[in-house]
Design a binder for this molecule. Structure first.
Ligand SMILES: NC(=O)C1=CN([C@@H]2O[C@H](COP(=O)(O)OP(=O)(O)OC[C@H]3O[C@@H](n4cnc5c(N)ncnc54)[C@H](OP(=O)(O)O)[C@@H]3O)[C@@H](O)[C@H]2O)C=CC1
Ligand SMILES: CC(C)(CO)C(=O)C(=O)O
Length: 359
């Protein structure tokens, strides 16, 4: 299958490595050609995982039109704040039937479809989103990525939901056995683990994060008080899902820590800690854990809870603390139903958009 991978972060490197190794025809596009110079010189990247290190031959491109020509799947494993720009870049080149996958999405499916339409494209594309990145991964410089583990279950919702069967079939070719369809893109967005795992981890570890040069939020940073906060926050996410009529499995975050049946499966948390790759320097104002998972994802959860009439006091409290830490009013400036223009819709109108998309 012809797949276009977008971006130059951890997830994009991991995607290129796995999809090339699986035999797909992979085109790799990144907004800034200069950042590909090392890879163009080297002729590829190195991937390291449990099986060792190996070279992946790939020639990245800055010609998005050529890359998209004939592509079935467009994979954008990028932070949610990149989605508007990516949609604008894709819009002129999209054709009917193409599938865009956002792993994860933060309801970026809606934002991207809206932006694609604003740019005049009428292409009947499907935009799907899931709850996490299919890899736990960290780049080790511009030429190497280390994959700690891979996702085994990716609950995936599609906008418009009428294209679910088609989109799931296409995405399933890239992630065989892992894709689990859910009701629609909002259900997929409300699977996103980032806004549940990261706000307690970064806010309740704010002291050590700012005191030490590097700090592992998943090792010493994951203490029982923080896990209890995760659970309370995650229960709010699940209550919102249930109020909207979305069914189980809700992929409770506790399963990531306690069972082998979460999105990453067996011992993922232990592998992540053992890798040492998450012993990182974090800027609390600018890191994607704050700008993406709090500013977009947590704000989104609070707003959808408000719309659905579900109290989200833990989410709202963390959002308020984060707004003080980052000196940004995330409740008013974040990715919310109000700011997306959806807060005035009733359930019937919202479901119509989720099923039919935007014309
Ligand atoms: N890494 C992990 O293990 C996990 C990550 N996730 C989630 O997966 C997603 C990807 O994560 P990860 O790869 O680690 O993130 P990174 O921070 O590594 O990705 C950053 C990349 O996003 C691209 N980008 C940023 N802004 C823009 C923009 N405006 N337009 C186009 N591209 C842009 C940049 O591409 P360029 O280089 O071209 O500038 C940059 O390289 C995120 O949503 C994250 O929360 C979830 C679970 C685990
Ligand atoms: C590994 C995980 C799930 C938690 O920090 C993640 O989202 C990341 O590294 O960005």
């Amino acid at each position: 299958m012809k797949v276009v991978v977008i971006g130059g972060g951890n997830g994009s490197y991991a995607a290129v490595a796995d999809l090339v190794e699986a035999g797909h025809d992979v085109r790799w596009w990144r907004r800034d050609r200069a950042s590909f110079e090392d890879i163009l010189k080297a002729g590829g990247i190195t991937v390291t995982d449990h099986a060792g290190s190996r070279k992946i031959a790939i020639t990245p491109t800055d010609d998005l039109a050529a890359a998209l020509d004939g592509a079935a799947l467009i994979l954008a494993p990028t932070p949610a704040f990149a989605q508007e720009d990516i949609a604008a870049a894709l819009a002129p080149h999209l054709v009917d039937g193409q599938v865009i996958y956002l792993p994860p999405g933060t309801f970026g499916s809606y934002i991207m479809l809206r932006r694609i339409r604003e740019h005049g494209s009428k292409a009947d594309v499907a935009i799907a989103e899931t709850g996490t990145l299919p890899w736990l991964a960290r780049k080790q410089g511009p030429l190497e990525v280390r994959i700690t583990t891979r996702a085994s279950r990716l609950p995936t919702g599609v906008l418009p939901a009428r294209l679910t069967d088609h989109a799931i079939a296409v995405i399933g070719e890239a992630f065989p056995g892992a894709i689990e369809p859910v009701e629609d893109a909002l259900s997929g967005a409300l699977m996103n683990a980032g806004p549940i795992i990261h706000p307690p981890l970064i806010l309740m570890n704010a002291g050590p994060i700012e005191h030490f040069d590097r700090w592992d939020i998943h090792n010493e940073g994951t203490q029982p008080a923080i896990r209890r906060t995760h659970t309370a926050l995650d229960n709010e996410r699940i209550a919102v899902r249930e109020a909207l009529g979305y069914g189980a499995p809700h992929f409770p975050l506790a399963d990531h820590y306690e069972t082998s049946n979460w999105m990453y499966g067996n011992l993922a948390h232990d592998k992540l800690v053992d890798s040492g790759d998450w012993h990182e320097s974090l800027d609390l104002k600018t890191h994607r854990y704050m700008q993406e998972d709090v500013g977009l994802g947590l704000a989104f959860l609070v707003s959808v809870g408000g719309w659905a009439g579900v109290p989200t006091p833990v989410a709202a409290g963390l959002l308020a603390v984060a707004s003080a830490v980052a000196e940004t009013d995330f409740r008013n400036e974040g990715r919310t139903f109000e700011n997306l223009g959806l807060a005035g819709l009733d359930g019937v109108q919202l479901r119509e958009i989720l099923r039919e998309g935007l014309s």
